[in-house]
Design a protein around this ligand. Structure first.
Ligand code: IMP
Length: 197
């Protein structure tokens, strides 16, 4: 089975590809990066669901094969679940600036609970759409720790763990992460519809 992943984010693609190839025998994973032409998608949806469908839809229009896309947000309880759908653009800068802004906003807050939420959109070759969600609850620590992962990983401590996402090994992160959990549902679904060969 051939599946297209609508992302040009190499960090994300690495995680998604690793899980799909480990879990579905014979799967071949392609991405936006394999296309000759560039597709520009404005992630201006008001929800993760809207953005995931928009990203998957834009790539699907080009390839007309199984296509998936995720949108992820960090939802911080003391910030009324911000930055959420705006997590990538939170500070206007890169990963480091986002983390810095987050720590600054949480400086005097006692409640440091947060969760990552991922929504995957899946589109079939016939153009039918499905959504799958994965959540990982945790908290935001005061200083970044670890150099694995990406984005907010160095300050996110998943519940029940003493290591941040950036300190866990990749397999461990996949097992408990928002994206890992949502993707597990996608894998179950794709296994159910996969044609042999
Ligand atoms: P996207 O819109 O789904 O690409 O993700 C929005 C932003 O959330 C990214 O730019 C990252 O900063 C952050 N993000 C997404 N997934 C993760 C993750 O697994 N760990 C840490 N940060 C993440």
């Amino acid at each position: 089975m051939r599946v297209w992943v609508a992302t040009a984010n190499r960090d994300k693609l690495k995680e998604i590809k690793r899980i799909l190839e480990d879990e579905i025998e014979g799967i071949r994973v392609f991405s936006t990066l394999d296309l000759d032409e560039k597709i520009h998608i404005l992630e201006d949806g008001k929800t993760l669901e809207e953005n995931a469908l928009k990203k998957a839809g834009a790539l699907f229009e080009k390839v007309r094969e199984w296509t998936i896309a995720d949108d992820t947000g960090l939802e911080v309880y003391a910030l009324d679940m911000r930055p959420g759908v705006y997590s990538a653009r939170y500070s206007g800068g890169g990963y480091r600036d986002n983390v810095e802004k987050l720590l600054e906003e949480l400086r005097d807050k006692e409640d440091r609970r947060a969760r990552f939420r991922t929504v995957f959109a899946v589109i079939s070759p016939e153009g039918k759409e499905w959504l799958f969600e994965g959540i990982c609850e945790g908290s935001i620590i005061k200083e970044p720790r670890g150099d694995g992962g990406f984005g907010y990983d160095p300050v996110f401590l998943p519940d029940g763990y003493t290591q941040t996402f950036a300190e866990l090994n990749p397999g461990e992160k996949d097992r408990i992460s928002h994206r890992g959990r949502a993707l597990k549902k996608v894998v179950e679904f794709l296994r159910g519809v996969a044609q042999p060969g």
